[in-house]
Design a protein around this ligand. Structure first.
Ligand SMILES: Nc1ncnc2c1ncn2[C@@H]1O[C@H](COP(=O)(O)OP(=O)(O)OP(=O)(O)O)[C@@H](O)[C@H]1O
Ligand SMILES: [Mg+2]
Length: 361
């Protein structure tokens, strides 16, 4: 019989099992004493979860500030070396070969009656400039390169653009960042070089209203000019034009000085007057000698009116920063060409025109 008394039931489960199955007297297995309890080894500190720094989002693509604003075409610069006065030789007349250029319909508008003057060749020689009729000098050859690029652009725009764009492309602004970088020197030489082109009329406009220089440099007499027409005291710009003894070269003086030159230039009337200078004659190329882009405001306004700008960069003088800023100032003009003036170093030690220099003297 099983003993289910409360006393018996009160034993441990082993005692109760021993009673039940009679193994209480079975030999006991040796019991290994348990090792004393030891304080648990401190757990190595769990490494703290440090989230990976969230990568900054890819920066938005910001293009490098463009050296030349979009839609502005800057051609390879043309190099013009400094000219020593001795380089320019007074020689018997030998005319520069001319090249044919067609800018529009063969239509020569009759010039209205205008003043006339004689260009002082001695002054040109003294200033180291191209002397019409003299043998081809290295400088003359360099300006042939310069004018070729400008005429190519004028022709391309005339062929592909609207009639108005074609007229504007025949208006060329000669500019630079700062004073004394050779704007007037380049404008006069460009005008003299272009005047040798066949079937072409060149109008050199003195648009440096604060420091007009063209008449004095060419030895021409003074007279009313562009500012008088813009201001309304003279009705017709054509009447102010001075025809010179150099075939196909005329000059429009700056006119009477005024403090409102920039405002006059920015007017609708100015737009119509300047457009009229080009549209009056489809063979006319209008060259503007301008004030420096970074020193006076009229240059940027003139850039709105012309189709091409020639930015004179004076070697060893104009900084890259100034050049960038000048390009920005003129960005209303679609075609900007650089001309590196007064370069004394030429890669390869060669200079345009050296071929002609051998035989011309
Ligand atoms: N390539 C060159 N070779 C020789 N002389 C040069 C050359 N370029 C400029 N000059 C001379 O440097 C001087 C300054 O040139 P120029 O008067 O043409 O500068 P500019 O930019 O028109 O000045 P401004 O802003 O005062 O009108 C002039 O005496 C000019 O003859
Ligand atoms: Mg000048």
């Amino acid at each position: 019989m099983n003993d289910h008394s409360p006393r018996r039931l009160r034993g441990s489960l082993l005692e109760r099992a021993a009673g039940q199955f009679h193994y209480a007297d079975a030999p006991r297995l040796p019991v290994e004493p348990l090792p004393p309890l030891r304080a648990a080894e401190p757990l190595p500190a769990a490494p703290m979860f440090v989230p990976e720094p969230i990568a900054a989002p890819e920066p938005a693509f910001v293009p490098e500030p463009a050296f030349v604003p979009e839609a502005v075409f800057v051609a390879e610069p043309v190099f013009v070396a400094p000219v020593a006065v001795e380089d320019v030789v007074a020689a018997p007349a030998e005319s520069e070969p001319v090249e044919e250029l067609e800018l529009g319909d063969a239509f020569l508008a009759p010039e209205p009656e205008a003043q006339s003057g004689v260009i002082d060749r001695a002054l040109l020689r003294e200033g180291g400039m191209i002397v019409p009729g003299a043998p081809i000098t290295p400088l003359a050859e360099e300006f042939r390169m310069v004018k070729r690029q400008l005429l190519t652009t004028a022709r391309a725009v005339a062929n592909q653009g609207t009639a108005q764009a074609g007229d504007r492309a025949r208006m060329i602004l000669v500019c630079s960042a700062h004073p004394d970088e050779g704007k007037t020197f380049c404008a006069i030489n460009l005008a003299l070089s272009m005047a040798a082109e066949k079937d072409m009329e060149i109008l050199l406009v003195d648009a440096d209203f604060a420091k007009p220089d063209i008449l004095e440099r060419l030895g021409l007499p003074g007279g009313p000019g562009l500012l008088d027409v813009l201001g309304g005291s003279v009705a017709d710009a054509e009447a102010c034009i001075i025809r010179t003894d150099v075939p196909q070269l005329s000059v429009l003086p700056a006119g009477t000085r005024t403090n409102a030159d920039t405002e006059l230039l920015a007017s609708d009337r100015a737009r119509a007057i300047l457009d009229g200078l080009a549209s009056a004659n489809p063979r006319r190329i209008v060259i503007f000698d301008s004030p420096p882009a970074l020193a006076a405001s009229p240059a940027s306004v003139l850039a709105f009116h012309v189709g091409q700008a020639m930015l004179v960069v004076r070697a060893d003088k104009t900084t890259e920063g100034d050049l960038r800023e000048a390009v920005t100032t003129l960005d209303a003009c679609e075609h900007i060409q650089l001309i590196l003036n007064a370069v004394s170093f030429q890669p390869g030690g060669r200079r345009f025109g050296s071929y002609y220099g051998e035989t011309a003297q």
